[in-house]
Design a protein around this ligand. Structure first.
Ligand code: RI2
Length: 310
């Protein structure tokens, strides 16, 4: 097994590399390194090896479709290649192109999303999304005076990363525990969260607790914005696939011996927010409603997807 691939898969599985965008870029970059350092020259063996490496990377975390889309984009020309050099070159070119366009997408989302924010507004974010943080940081960069409430996001406490990121960007940020969301929502003007996956019907799969934040926002009449690159749209959901919600080890929630033996712990990592709770999806292509997601997917995939499938 290849070292770069196994190390990347383990980094993603153990959350040393995390965040839907970052894991997609890490997967694509690992395949680029694999192709660059590939010692053989047989086309058929290369095709089989690349597909195996892609499977190893995909098995690392199941929920964020960004990883699947990034890998699929990177290896899209391998199976049809007629020469080894063409196949290898395509992995390097497509993988690097994916990483570049994914980074550019976040910058575009920052510019578009920041326009939604007015001077003096109070905002909320959940977990640690580079796309959502880029929007908040850009608003401050434009000279807007904003305040942000950031949730702790148990059990991994990614909110600690968020408050550090926002503080560094010059944002006036307050950390709150997850159960304070509804109580604080009455002060908030808008919510910005990231995305792990968006389904063809416009539902959002994101960090556990996102749906509670959305319900609290809905109840308080607060705008709920999802910051998502379009490679977080899941084409597989168009054809009936459901999104697997990752469950992680119970020792992320309780210490050994802390609760009586026999008591169960349920530790789902993500939840689903129905489209009806989402006001805007802010993408690199512009702001859209959840109802527009299906059309964007069809446009990006081309009509032939209905004959060939995914
Ligand atoms: P960006 C994270 O998942 C969070 O759910 C976050 O909202 C989402 O990825 C998107 O992050 P995890 O890896 O791509 O912490 O916007 O489980 O950085």
């Amino acid at each position: 097994m290849n070292d770069i691939i196994t190390t990347t898969a383990s980094d993603i599985r153990e959350m040393r590399v995390r965040g839907a965008g970052k894991i997609a870029r890490a997967g694509a970059s690992a395949l680029v390194s694999f192709a660059e350092s590939y010692a053989g020259s047989d086309l058929e063996i290369f095709k089989s090896d690349v597909n195996k490496m892609a499977e190893v990377l995909l098995s690392s975390r199941p929920t964020a479709v960004s990883l699947w889309n990034g890998i699929r984009y990177t290896i899209k020309e391998v199976d049809s290649a007629e020469a080894f050099s063409t196949a290898r070159e395509s992995v390097i070119l497509n993988g690097n192109a994916f990483v570049k366009s994914s980074e550019e997408a976040v910058q575009k989302i920052a510019k578009i999303g920041a326009k939604r924010i007015s001077d003096g507004e109070i905002l909320m974010t959940h977990c640690n999304s580079s796309a959502a943080i880029s929007v908040l940081a850009e608003a401050v960069r434009q000279g807007k005076d904003i305040k942000v409430y950031a949730t702790e996001s148990r059990p991994w406490r990614q909110g600690i990363l968020t408050v550090k990121d926002l503080h560094k960007a010059g944002v006036d940020v307050t950390l709150i525990i997850d159960s304070a969301v509804r109580s604080v929502m009455s002060k908030v003007d808008r919510v910005f969260v990231g995305a792990d996956t968006i389904t063809s019907s416009g539902s959002l799969i994101n960090k556990i607790g996102t749906s509670q934040v959305a319900m609290a926002a809905h109840g308080a009449g607060v705008e709920f914005n999802v910051c998502s690159e379009t490679y977080k749209f899941s084409p597989k959901t168009m054809f009936g696939d459901t999104v697997t919600i990752e469950e992680r080890n119970i020792d992320e929630v309780v210490k050994p011996g802390e609760i009586p033996e026999g008591v169960k712990v349920f530790n789902p990592v993500f939840d689903s927010t129905p489209a009806g709770y989402i006001d805007n999806i802010i993408t690199e292509l512009g702001i859209m409603s959840p109802g527009s997601v299906y059309g964007v997917m069809v446009k990006q995939l081309g009509e032939s997807v209905f004959e060939k499938g995914i």
